[in-house]
Design a binder for this molecule. Structure first.
Ligand SMILES: Cc1cc2nc3c(=O)[nH]c(=O)nc-3n(C[C@H](O)[C@H](O)[C@H](O)COP(=O)(O)OP(=O)(O)OC[C@H]3O[C@@H](n4cnc5c(N)ncnc54)[C@H](O)[C@@H]3O)c2cc1C
Length: 316
């Protein structure tokens, strides 16, 4: 089977869960070949082996991560030319999508971004118009470059002993056009990262104020979940904008999404409607969110959320 290149998404050697999902997907359609860029490979190699990378292309040169995305694109373009992979998979994160677009131009290939599912022949599934329509699309030119949303596939371990090949690329001057001058590690709480979390509990305008968001946090903590918010809640200053879910916020696709006091506007749906199971708590039985849910609770969130948290905590 032909190789499928999987660009490893990592922060200073800590591999993101989406990479394991991409490796699992790649194994279903070809030979998974991870592409490691930057320092830190030694600490991460066991994880790539655990999720079935048959090969790892290691480009450890620190210079490749000293600039924004262009060096990764040049490296991948070289690998596409040298190795003729069947496809290239990247995570549909902000950086991943930029890499995918640039790589498609470089390699004169078609690109699919924000893919939420994949079928034989690299047919990508997209969820559009706030989840009202599912489209299937296929690259018809060059090497399929596919950016897959985190949580679109389950990561399944399949231990391997990957072959390693050191690779390097001579960067063009253009690739050195924007240098990274500083990296600031964000304060990380105990909760999982919003776009990677298996469970997300989000609060909306119905929560009624910043202090009340502790109800959302307590429910999230009882489930080991990330906290999200609607734009109404973030615009009101009740919760930071980085936690906004929706068209102009983060896109999440967890196993379980609990919307608390959120009406279900199309712009909110755009960021969460591919969640596997959706639960809503809303006092208005006519709220549009109920058109989307697997389970709905019509009730006052100030009654329901604490009881739910208590009940979940009791069962631990
Ligand atoms: C260009 C554009 C981009 C946008 N991008 C986003 C985006 O990325 N994300 C996003 O979320 N929105 C976005 N919006 C805004 C979006 O249109 C909605 O205004 C917003 O999602 C509404 O947030 P909400 O559901 O929290 O508030 P509301 O629509 O006001 O809904 C509040 C809900 O809480 C319920 N409620 C009230 N009190 C209680 C209670 N005590 N118990 C239970 N339920 C209660 C109400 O019944 C109601 O359904 C965007 C809008 C535009 C125009």
């Amino acid at each position: 089977m032909a190789e499928i290149l999987v660009l490893v998404d990592h922060v200073d050697g800590e591999v993101k869960k989406v990479t394991f999902e991409l490796l699992t997907l790649a194994r279903a359609y070809g030979d998974a070949a991870a592409v490691w860029v930057g320092p830190g490979y030694e600490g991460a190699k066991d994880k790539l082996a655990e999720y079935g990378a048959g090969k790892v292309y290691v480009a450890a040169d620190e210079e490749l991560t000293s600039y924004v995305v262009a060096p990764k694109v040049e490296l991948l373009a070289q690998l596409v030319a040298d190795k003729s992979p069947a496809a290239v998979f990247v995570a549909a994160t902000g950086e991943g999508k930029e890499i995918a677009g640039r790589l498609a131009v470089r390699t004169e290939s078609g690109v699919l971004t924000d893919v939420v599912g994949l079928q034989e022949g690299f047919v990508g599934e997209h969820s559009i118009f706030g989840g009202a329509i599912v489209t299937h699309a296929k690259v018809t030119k060059g090497t399929p470059i596919i950016a897959v949303r985190p949580n679109s596939a389950a990561a399944e371990a399949s231990p391997s002993t990957p072959e390693e090949e050191q690779v390097s690329v001579t960067l063009s001057d253009a690739a050195k056009g924007a240098r990274v001058v500083e990296k600031v590690v964000q304060e990380k709480g105990e909760r999982p990262e919003l776009t990677e979390a298996a469970i997300v509990v989000s609060g909306g305008r119905g929560v009624g104020g910043a202090d009340n968001f502790k109800l959302i946090e307590e429910l999230a903590d009882s489930l080991g979940a990330a906290v999200g918010a609607s734009r109404a809640a973030t615009d009101a200053g009740w919760y930071p904008h980085t936690f906004q879910v929706g068209q102009t916020g983060k896109t999440v696709s967890p196993q379980l999404y609990i919307a608390v006091g959120i009406s279900g506007a199309i712009q909110h749906r755009a960021g969460m409607q591919t969640s596997k199971t959706i639960v809503a708590i809303n006092k208005d039985a006519e709220a549009p969110i109920f058109e989307l849910v697997d389970y709905g609770v019509v009730g006052d969130l100030f009654q329901v959320a604490p009881q739910l948290t208590e009940e979940i905590n009791k069962r631990k």
